[in-house]
Structure formats: structure tokens, C-alpha cells
Design a protein around this ligand. Structure first.
Ligand SMILES: [Cu+2]
Length: 308
């Protein structure tokens, strides 16, 4: 009987990864695009498989033992107190599994948190209830190149009687994009599931995230931090286009910002806490847009209300 049970457990354990991988996409992660999304999706799948196998190994013996040792079959309880071998196994094996998950997670975290060197910078300013995207690499002094206002309604997020527009962040295919993210009012979060990018937009500070869209596409993003009445309508899009198409798009936005591309210098991009030193940044004409927004927000805690 024990042999039969073990072979059944073995079969279930072998089938579990296949079942797990099959069931991931419907209702799970969307098909990942780019290295950060692939890394997160891969980590999720591995952990899912480990958990599925553990669940089978725990649930099946419990059900079997409940049935096998039910009261009308075994009236006398067992008298042994412990088993050193069993206890060693069920302490060491879970500990090893936790170490494996920790190492894999840490590896993914380092990869996601390390900004690539040859990236294009994009600044993201979230507000109640929308998004602004800036291209600081081609901005000049006080002239900030930004993504244009949306033209027309977005059928994917519009409801009958409630048309909605979505601002689009256009990026070139294959180019790493470093996001410098802040907020004007309350905490928001920039979230594009397909690209594996999710980062809080916090007033008074600049957060960083990166992604590379490895194929052309148009993906819906949404605010992922409850931020007020219209939080559920804070959609945006990230659109990846070939480099030549992107260059033409960017040239148009540079022109719209009133910039002469042959003169002047771009703002200094600060990738550190020094970018938000309040008035210093505000007074600096070469500050980039997120530095200005982050620097203009007071991060001093408000005095606690008087309790009567
Ligand atoms: Cu929100």
C-alpha cells in the first residue's frame, strides 16, 4: 500500500510542474516583454511549481491518513512520541527550499534594482488623476520635452457614457529605459504588467525603475496605489516603436517644446537622493522636471492634530 501511495505521489509531483505552467497565463501574469518582466515571470513560475509540489506532498498524505486511520478501523492511538529522522527531514528540507527561494529572489531583486548604463532617461510625474512623461535627455533648460496630450478616446478603457483618454509614453524598441518617478500630490504607482515594471510615485522623492521593450507593442499601464476618487481611471500606455520611428516622434516633441536642437544643453540628470534637495533644486534652472516636482513638495510631516 505504501509503495502504491509513494508511486502516486511521485506521479503527482511530476505532473504538478506541467499543470502549474499550463495554468499560469490565464488569470496569472501576462506574456512578459523584456528582461525585467521575464525575470519576474520566471521567478513567479519557479515558486509556483515549488509550492504546487509541496501542496501535493502535504495534502495527499493528510487525506490518505485521515481515511486509513479513521476511528472505526483503528481504535487504539499510536504510542510513539517522536522520530528523529522524520523531524530532521522536515526541518532541513523546508529550510533548503527557503534558501533556494531567497537566493533566486535576491538575484531577481538585484537585477531589477540595478539601472542599466546605456539607458534612455524618462521622467514620470503622477498626479490626481493622470500622468506626465518627460524626455530629459533632449530637454533644454526650462524647456521640457514631454509626451503629447492624447488625441481621442481610448476604446480599451472607455465606458459607455464615460469616454477616457490615455497618455502614451513612446519608447524605442530594444533600448533600456530608466524611469525617474515622482508625484505631485499623493502616492501613486507606475505599473505596466507586461513590462514587469511597478514603482511607487511618492511626493518629495524620486524613485527609479527600468525596463526594455524587446519587441514593438502597445501595453496598458495603470496606477497601482489607491490615490483618490478617480484612481481606477488613471490609465496610461507604453508604446514601443522602431528606433527610426521613435527618432521622428521625438524630433516632433522637441519642436513642440520650442527647442533648437543645435543649441543649449540638457538638464543634468541626477540619479540619487541629492536630486531632491528642496529649494536648491527649485532655484536651479538646469533641474529636470522630476527634480523640480519632487523638490517643490514639502516632505516635512504635518503636526499631529490636537486631541481634545
Ligand atoms: Cu491611483
Amino acid at each position: 500500500m505504501l509503495k502504491k501511495l509513494l508511486s502516486l505521489l511521485g506521479m503527482l509531483a511530476l505532473a504538478a510542474p506541467a499543470l502549474a505552467v499550463e495554468s499560469i497565463h490565464p488569470g496569472g501574469f501576462p506574456t512578459p516583454v523584456g528582461p525585467t518582466a521575464v525575470e519576474i515571470s520566471w521567478l513567479y513560475n519557479i515558486i509556483f511549481v515549488i509550492i504546487a509540489v509541496i501542496s501535493v506532498f502535504v495534502a495527499v498524505p493528510i487525506l490518505y491518513i485521515l481515511w486509513k486511520y479513521r476511528r472505526d478501523k483503528v481504535s487504539k492511538p499510536a504510542t510513539f512520541s517522536h522520530s528523529l529522522v522524520l523531524e530532521l527531514i522536515w526541518t532541513i528540507v523546508p529550510a533548503l527550499i527557503c534558501v533556494v527561494i531567497a537566493v533566486l529572489s535576491y538575484r531577481a531583486m538585484i537585477m531589477i534594482r540595478t539601472m542599466p548604463e546605456d539607458a534612455m532617461n524618462v521622467e514620470v510625474v503622477a498626479y490626481q488623476f493622470g500622468w506626465d512623461f518627460y524626455y530629459p535627455d533632449v530637454s533644454q533648460g526650462d524647456k521640457h520635452v514631454s509626451a503629447p496630450e492624447p488625441k481621442g478616446d481610448d476604446p480599451d478603457v472607455s465606458l459607455p457614457g464615460a469616454p477616457r483618454q490615455t497618455k502614451t509614453l513612446v519608447v524605442p524598441v530594444g533600448k533600456p529605459i530608466v524611469l525617474h518617478v515622482t508625484a505631485q500630490d499623493v502616492i501613486h504607482a507606475f505599473f505596466v504588467p507586461h513590462l514587469g515594471t511597478k514603482i511607487d510615485a511618492i511626493p518629495g522623492r524620486i524613485n527609479y525603475a527600468w525596463f526594455t521593450a524587446t519587441e514593438p507593442g502597445d501595453w496598458l499601464g495603470q496606477c497601482a496605489e489607491l490615490c483618490g476618487q478617480a484612481h481606477g481611471e488613471m490609465f496610461f500606455r507604453v508604446k514601443a516603436v522602431p528606433q527610426a520611428e521613435f527618432d521622428a516622434y521625438l524630433a516632433e516633441q522637441v519642436k513642440a517644446a520650442g527647442i533648437d536642437p543645435t543649441a543649449g544643453t540638457s538638464p543634468t540628470i541626477v540619479t540619487g537622493a541629492e536630486g531632491i534637495s528642496g529649494t536648491v533644486v527649485m532655484a536651479d534652472p538646469s533641474a529636470s522636471m522630476v527634480q523640480k516636482v519632487a523638490g517643490s513638495v514639502s516632505t516635512t510631516a504635518s503636526p499631529s492634530p490636537t486631541v481634545q
